[in-house]
Design a protein around this ligand. Sequence first.
Ligand SMILES: N[C@@H](CCC(=O)N[C@@H](CS)C(=O)NCC(=O)O)C(=O)O
Length: 249
Amino acid sequence: MRLYVRRTAPNALKVLVFAAEREITLDIVDVDALSLKEFRCISPLGIVPALVTRNGSVLTESLTICRYLDEVSPGELLFGHSAEERATIGMWERRSELMLLNPAIDYIHHTLPEFTQVTRQFPAWARQDALSAAERLLPLMEAQLLRNRYLAGNRFSAADITAYFGCSALKEAYRKRLTAGLAEFRIVYLRGSFELLSQRAGERKHRFMPASLLKSQFEALEPPADAIEIDVAQPVEGCVAQIRSQLGR
Ligand SMILES: N[C@@H](CCC(=O)N[C@@H](CS)C(=O)NCC(=O)O)C(=O)O
């Protein structure tokens, strides 16, 4: 199966992480290597992610793609087994997407000068209202995570993956919140210099996540103290091998 992605697009990254968790091998195509016209022949809306299944049909919508991959792949289901489990995971997944991830994306698109070309911005609305749904959801999530190891119970699920993309782990205080109550966890710090990362960001052709955004990310970053630290100057396969070996996987 072939998955079309853009590596800065949260919905596409969500499917990549889902596939990695389920150990599903996909042929990954970065749409930056294609013209929009070429990509629109595959996915008429021109949005990522898009999956071409084994029988040649094209699926878009990250949630639909993840559900499909879950159903057609052997192994532990991340959308649950019983009706009860599926409903609970589905509920937390939708809450995480609609009330956390999408508002976070809206906030960024409406407030940062880098997105003036992409979005007709309403910064006052964003500052006042965009995150109100997240503010209502977060205390509920926090209570849920005090009672359970993961969002939908004691098993890791698709809901945790979506929620993860609505969170930032750049600052120590955020990491403390994200890991509170976890008996066992490791933080992986992918370390790269500003020069290297801005060079890589500058090589992208699309208008999303422009290279100029990197500055504010570096300003916010508080490097974690006892993380597994990986130098991203090496190829991605080397990073993955080092992380796996340090996690003993
Ligand atoms: N609801 C869709 C949203 C997909 C989406 O918004 N994709 C963005 C990147 S995260 C995109 O490709 N935007 C390009 C465009 O709209 O032209 C999903 O979950 O897959």
